[in-house]
Design a protein around this ligand. Structure first.
Ligand code: URA
Length: 235
């Protein structure tokens, strides 16, 4: 692939902007300067740098972020920061989107990608990818509330009963459970439906992919195995 096209695909701007970066000597490929925009490179394991910063060629990107509170999953946030402000501009330029949304005050695992098919596979309502949340509630959680959540609760505007799977009470006001849909404010509305209130919400897992070793506000690229784990149903 031509170097200018490689740079463009990786989010470095228009073809013209990429050409100018290359012609101005700002680009190295596998540690060797290259000022020819039409130079051809194989994209397999390609490493390049732009203005001294190293990049690896990625056909598509798959990202796991530990979302902090106070960030909206939107390119046009209304009242808070955007989660996209935590990523380098090249990833925004290449069209990275959130795989489902978390509320601004929800923390934890957020996946982002520019692979439309992957995004669709994880968010399509019929796929029922499990998502595990841990929450702090305002009142102690009762056995009755757990039984109601496990049996399924009715939410206004939703046809099916929404069930909580694998409910675990860690202490009287810390509950975790898995849901199989991604309806607007689903966890908060389920807890409200049984007469309690969520005061803090954290997503721990999507599919079989768990959030570990990513500090709050940080993100990592997912490898192939991790991408597949996030798509998997419960064992
Ligand atoms: N359920 C909610 O209520 N909020 C979230 O952010 C995610 C799931």
């Amino acid at each position: 692939m031509h170097l200018e096209k490689i740079l463009q695909s990786q989010g470095f701007g228009s073809r013209k902007q990429c050409r100018s970066l290359i012609e101005n000597g700002k680009v190295k490929v596998n540690d060797t300067p290259c000022s020819d925009p039409k130079a051809n490179f194989s994209t397999d394991h390609l490493e390049f740098s732009v203005v001294g910063k190293a990049w690896q060629y990625r056909e598509k990107v798959y990202i796991a972020m530990n979302k902090p509170t106070g960030f909206e999953c939107s390119h046009n946030p209304q009242h808070h920061h955007s989660v996209f402000s935590l990523l380098p501009p090249q990833l925004i330029e290449r069209g990275v989107q959130c795989v489902g949304r978390l509320d601004q005050d929800t923390t934890g695992l957020l996946l982002l990608t520019d692979d439309g098919a992957y995004l669709h596979a994880l968010t399509h309502p019929r796929r029922h990818v499990p998502k595990r949340y841990r929450m702090t509630t305002h009142e102690p959680v009762t056995d009755t509330q757990i039984a109601q959540l496990e049996a399924g609760v009715e939410l206004i505007g939703e046809k099916e009963l929404l069930r909580a799977y694998q409910c675990q009470l860690e202490d009287s006001q810390t509950l975790s459970f898995t849901i199989h849909q991604g309806i607007y404010h689903q966890v908060k509305r389920m807890i409200a439906a049984v007469g309690n209130h969520v005061v803090a919400l954290h997503r721990e897992q999507i599919g079989q992919f768990e959030l570990v070793d990513i500090a709050e506000g940080q993100w990592v690229y997912l490898n192939n195995e991790q991408q597949q784990l996030a798509k998997l149903d419960s064992p």
